[in-house]
Design a protein around this ligand. Structure first.
Ligand code: AHM
Ligand code: MG
Length: 341
């Protein structure tokens, strides 16, 4: 029987470290700590229906949304796995209004972790895939506690990014800038095993992912683009199929493997004040880093996501991400007169 080489995530991270002789090992340790938090979250997500953990808490997060108990659990586990390793100087999360300092008693390190602990909150209690998204930066300030300046770096400066989908199986996809690799969790041995080495997103897809219920809020060029994907044309293999889960990581993961485009354009009901939904620092940027590593693209419709200078921790951006051909095609529509993003 044919059997591929068994490679654990830890082994893979260590091997990547060996290709950087100057590496001190702190990034490797950071990734190992993070992996532990993901395994714990995965376990909890999988038994969510069995314990009284589901249902909203009374608290609202800073986005004004009701925090589900599992969101709070994921936030807590990631913080507790990452606060004492000596590798981070601060963290930032969707669930916390300000940057998260490393407790006084622990050593501060060279890296910053940004994360969305459990994305797809509307799907948590519905047995639909949800996920965690993360990005890692090297600090730009010298020593001591990390600052907002360390967190608000352009996405292009990420040294690593990744996500975990808690789906029919749990898969972790990450990149340190040397390709994109996927690891599936074998829960019986508690190890992430390399299942998707060197992921490349197809140059062009045949599916689009968008919340089409928002049609009346889109700008005219987005409406025209969506019309375009539905028209018949043999050469460009249209019409496209629609796939929309409503969990960014799950929609993104599907398109990463099969090709396609995910779009969350701004709500342009008031064209003078377009309102995007997704967050730049811990949602758009990590996925943009991954998609580019895999040969795809990520844009606001007019600008490359990774080139945006963040100005606020919870800043929102339009996100158009996926196969290069498809993102370019959308941008072509957006370059037409009257575009608003
Ligand atoms: P969340 O961070 O509160 O979970 O919101 C982000 C989610 C994404 O996972 C998903 O792409 C999007 O919101 C879905 O939004 P909508 O329900 O408006 O289609
Ligand atoms: Mg989110």
């Amino acid at each position: 029987m044919y059997m591929t080489k068994l490679v654990t995530l830890s082994r893979h991270i260590l091997e990547e470290q060996h290709s950087f002789p100057a590496a001190k090992g702190d990034f490797t340790n950071l990734m190992m700590d993070l992996t532990l938090a993901f395994k714990i979250i995965s376990r909890e997500v999988n038994k969510a229906g069995l314990v009284e953990i589901l249902g909203a808490t009374d608290e609202e997060n800073i986005q004004g949304e009701t925090v589900m108990k599992l969101d709070a659990f994921a936030q807590d586990r990631i913080f507790k796995a990452m606060d004492h390793g000596g590798n981070l100087c601060c963290m930032a999360s969707e669930e916390v209004e300000h940057i998260i300092p490393i407790p006084e008693r622990f050593e501060k390190g060279r890296y910053i972790l940004v994360f969305d602990p459990l994305d797809g909150s509307s799907n948590i209690d519905k047995n639909v895939s949800i996920g965690t998204i993360f990005g890692v930066f090297r600090r730009v300030t010298e020593g001591g506690d990390g600052t907002l300046e360390d967190v608000l770096q352009k996405g292009a400066r990420q040294v690593a990014a990744g996500y975990v989908v808690y789906g029919s199986s749990t898969i972790l996809v990450y990149s340190t800038g040397a390709g994109v690799h996927g690891f599936t969790l074998d829960p019986s041995v508690g190890e992430f095993l390399l299942s998707h080495p060197n992921i490349r997103i197809p140059e062009k897809g045949k599916t689009y992912s968008i919340n089409e219920g928002n049609y009346n809020t889109w700008d005219e060029n987005t409406k025209k683009y969506i019309q375009w994907v539905k028209e018949s044309d043999k050469e460009t293999q249209r019409p496209y199929g629609l796939r929309y889960i409503g969990s960014l990581v799950a929609d993104f993961h599907r398109n990463l493997l099969a090709g396609g485009i995910f779009l969350y354009p701004s709500n342009c009901k008031d064209p003078a004040h377009p309102k995007p939904k997704l967050r730049l620092v811990y949602e758009a940027n990590p996925l943009a880093f991954l998609v580019e590593q895999a040969g795809g693209k990520a844009s606001t419709g007019t600008e490359r996501i990774l080139d945006l200078q963040p100005t606020a921790l919870h800043q929102r951006v339009p996100l158009i991400i996926g196969s290069a051909y498809d993102v370019d095609k959308y941008c072509e529509f957006m370059s037409r007169a009257g575009a608003t993003v």
